[in-house]
Every structure is written in structure tokens, then in C-alpha cells.
Design a protein around this ligand. Structure first.
Ligand code: ZN
Length: 425
């Protein structure tokens, strides 16, 4: 049985950025099987969803998340840089159990979906326990178990278990990557081993890079001339690597970065909150794959990708000293097809085209923040928010309908999540 999204205005984000003012999308077997004139694709027995007052876009791709820490929200505000760089741990977090974190994954994935996010790149410890909860939510994900030297043998055991269970084939809705933590918490030997395992298994390698000054200082003490040199030496300076943050690179490193094609997960809210700093986005965009990430809730504290895009654009304009930098069209691509490219998924998702997996977000065009629609892309980047999200499909499954989760109860999740992270009384 097919689902017909009927009569919507469609931001296709295809190669020509075609905008279709009123069209049908036919979803069948998890894929977009056809796009046609409004009212032309429905057959008897199809599920018809009226989108005549809707703006339809590809699902938003969040390229850097830590779903299991969703309940850390509000635990650290207005702290100095040293608070974070000491290990990105919240005081007292050792009292949290794996079960607490696994429940938080369920809440986080629900929140991602309600924000129009259909795909995440998620990483943390205990990924063997976390990833099944991500899979159950229905969201698309690449998952990686965090590796650090301090736990190396045990970590590899878990990382391999995750790789074995989920595989590295991006056509699976949930598949595995390799996730060394960062350049300072991983030795050169561990980073090299990650590069080797990435080549052996076909997995992408995800890591934090140049997130703070002490990290770069550690890398320099190991004899490297900065973070990029460390990646090159480890064999990780390739398009198969996704570097989160990359905010403490030198001018020369930013200049050389595109030569290597290393993808970037840009997390402006997290970077600004922790380091009061971002990368020079306008210098890199178009030269290297860049997607947007919300990072963890301790440092963001939101999962609103539209805010992330707005911040990226506005702060990026300021850094470039150019109001024409980072136009809305580019930001819409960063939220969708470019994010997919970062994860190696641009052949499967990231645009609304026949043959692609049906990861789609339907925004309510009948709300004040979506009107008037002089420029639908500008509305999406600069005025809309999660309140505008009406329906969300992942792999052809309807996971949000009329602003409500179809597989979970938001109020019940929130009730339980509210007590998470509370200090024992
Ligand atoms: Zn992170």
C-alpha cells in the first residue's frame, strides 16, 4: 500500500534546487516511487495525506549527536572553557546508570523526530546498549561506540560488536561507524588502528577534532604541527572521516583542509556555548562536505536543527564580514543533502527525488511563521521552528503525524524524563 503526500509545495533540494508549488509524492516500499502533478498519483486503497497547505522538504540530517545524554540538559550553563575541556563530564554523572542513558535515547529520538530530524550520526560509550533503542525509534542513524585509550581493549570489543550487529552498509536504516573520541583522548596508535579498521570494514570514522585549545596542545606535544597534521599522520585525513567542531585550526590548516576532503560536522550552538567560538564557515562551505549537528544537550541545549542553521548562517555572515555569505539556499542544502553527503548517504536520502528513501518532513504552511511564502527557503531557515513540523516520515514510515509521535507518547516520555539527572535528595 502506498502513501500519497498530496498537493504540497515541495523543496526538492535536487541538483537544480527545483521548487514545485503543488505536487504529489508517492511513497511505496520505503522509497519515493514517483513525483507528479497535484492530484495525479493516488490509486484506490492508497493512504492519502492532504498536503495542500504544507511545505515539504527532505528530512533534516543531524550529523553530530549524543542521544543518550539528552537528560543532561540544563546541567551546565555559562561555564568557563576549562569546565568543559576537563573531560566533558557533568559533576555527579557517575550516579547515572546505563538504563538511565538508554531511556534518554528513547526520549532524544522522539525529540529529534518532532524537530523534523530523520537521520542522526550518534556516538557515545555503551553503544551496544544504546543503538538498539535508536533502531527501535524508527529514525535513521549511523552509530559509533566511542573509543579512548583508557578503555582500549574493552572498547574495541564493544565497537566490533556494534559493527557486527549493524554492519557498515549505509542502505541499512541503522548502520555502524568507527568513533575514536578525540585527538587528545586517543593516542596516535589508536587513531591509526581506527583508520585501518575503517578501511577493513568500510566504516566511516567519526571523531571530535580541535574542539578546545588543550586538545591541540596535547597533539603538539606528541610532535604534530596541529590537528590536521595529526589526522594526516594517522591516515585519517580522507573523505571517509567526519570531524566534529574543528574550531581550533590555524589559518594554514583551514586553507589546506579541503585538499583532504575531510567532512565536517559543524555544531555552532555547542561551539558558541562551550568555547564562544565557531569555525569560518563561509571559507569552507562548497569546498568540503559540511553538515550541521546539535551535539549533546548539556552544550546546546536544543535539538532544533532550524536554529542550528540560523546560527550557522548569521554567525557565519558575521565571521565572513559579508551579509551575502551563506545564502538560504546553501543553508537548506546543509540541513539536508550536504548532511547526507557527510555521512555518505547522499545517494539514498537528502533530497526529494524518485528512487530515494522516503525520509520526508512536512511543515504546516498554515501557521503564521510560515506565511507569507514569498521565499519558502528563507521561511525555513529564518522563521520556522519545531512548532511548524506536522508530519515526519523515515524510510516510508509515518513517525510523526499532525505534530504527534505515532510510536510513542510525548507527554509520558516527558514525565519520565523530567526526573532523570536529579541529584539524590
Ligand atoms: Zn560531541
Amino acid at each position: 500500500m502506498a502513501i500519497i503526500l498530496s498537493g504540497g509545495a515541495i523543496l526538492t533540494v535536487n541538483g537544480a534546487d527545483d521548487f514545485l508549488p503543488a505536487a504529489d509524492i508517492r511513497v511505496e516500499g520505503g522509497i519515493i516511487s514517483a513525483i507528479g502533478a497535484a492530484g495525479s498519483l493516488a490509486r484506490p486503497g492508497d493512504t492519502l495525506i492532504d498536503c495542500s497547505e504544507a511545505l515539504i522538504a527532505p528530512g533534516l540530517v543531524n550529523v553530530h549527536t549524543h542521544a543518550a545524554t539528552a537528560f543532561y540538559r540544563g546541567m551546565a550553563e555559562d561555564r568557563p572553557r576549562e569546565f568543559w575541556s576537563a573531560g566533558y563530564a557533568m559533576p555527579g554523572q557517575e550516579r547515572f546508570t546505563v538504563e538511565d542513558h538508554v531511556f534518554s535515547v528513547r526520549a532524544a529520538c522522539a525529540e529529534f523526530l518532532l524537530n523534523g530530524v530523520t537521520c542522526i550520526a550518534d556516538r557515545l560509550g555503551n553503544m551496544d546498549r544504546i543503538a538498539p533503542a535508536i533502531e527501535q525509534s524508527g529514525i535513521r542513524a549511523v552509530v559509533g561506540h566511542s573509543l579512548v585509550d583508557a578503555r582500549a581493549p574493552a572498547d574495541w570489543k564493544t565497537a566490533h560488536a556494534v559493527l557486527e550487529r549493524f554492519g557498515t552498509d549505509p542502505r541499512r536504516r541503522v548502520f555502524a561507524g568507527i568513533a575514536p573520541h578525540a585527538l587528545d583522548t586517543c593516542s596516535d596508535a589508536l587513531l591509526k588502528e581506527c583508520a585501518r579498521q575503517g578501511e577493513r570494514t568500510g566504516a566511516r570514522v567519526f571523531l571530535h577534532v580541535a574542539q578546545n585549545e588543550p586538545e591541540v596542545a596535547v597533539v603538539r606535544r606528541r610532535g604534530h604541527d596541529g590537528a590536521l597534521a595529526c589526522l594526516i599522520q594517522a591516515g585519517l585525513a580522507t573523505p571517509n572521516t567526519v570531524a566534529a567542531h574543528a574550531i581550533y585550526l590555524s589559518d594554514a590548516e583551514f586553507e589546506a583542509w579541503p585538499t583532504y576532503g575531510i567532512a565536517i560536522a559543524h555544531c555552532p550552538a555547542s561551539n558558541l556555548k562551550i568555547e564562544a567560538r565557531t569555525l569560518p564557515l563561509a571559507r569552507l562551505v562548497g569546498r568540503v562536505p559540511i553538515g550541521l549537528g546539535t551535539d549533546w544537550t548539556a552544550s546546546n541545549n536544543s535539538m532544533d536543527m532550524l536554529v542550528e542553521a540560523r546560527l550557522a548562517a548569521l554567525v557565519g555572515k558575521m565571521r565572513a564580514d559579508d551579509p551575502q555569505a551563506l545564502p538560504v539556499r546553501q543553508m537548506v542544502r546543509m540541513l539536508t543533502i550536504d548532511g547526507a553527503r557527510v555521512l555518505g548517504l547522499d545517494g539514498l536520502i537528502g533530497s526529494i527525488e524518485a528512487g530515494k528513501r522516503a525520509d520526508i518532513v512536512v511543515f504546516d504552511a498554515n501557521r503564521l511563521e510560515t506565511t507569507p511564502a514569498h521565499d519558502p527557503m528563507a521561511n525555513l531557515i529564518y522563521s520556522m521552528g519545531p512548532r511548524s513540523v506536522r508530519d515526519v516520515l523515515v524510510d516510508g514510515q509515518i513517525l510523526v503525524r499532525k505534530g504527534q509521535l505515532t510510536r510513542d507518547d510525548e507527554a509520558a516520555l516527558a514525565r519520565r524524563h523530567r526526573t532523570h539527572g536529579r541529584a539524590p535528595s
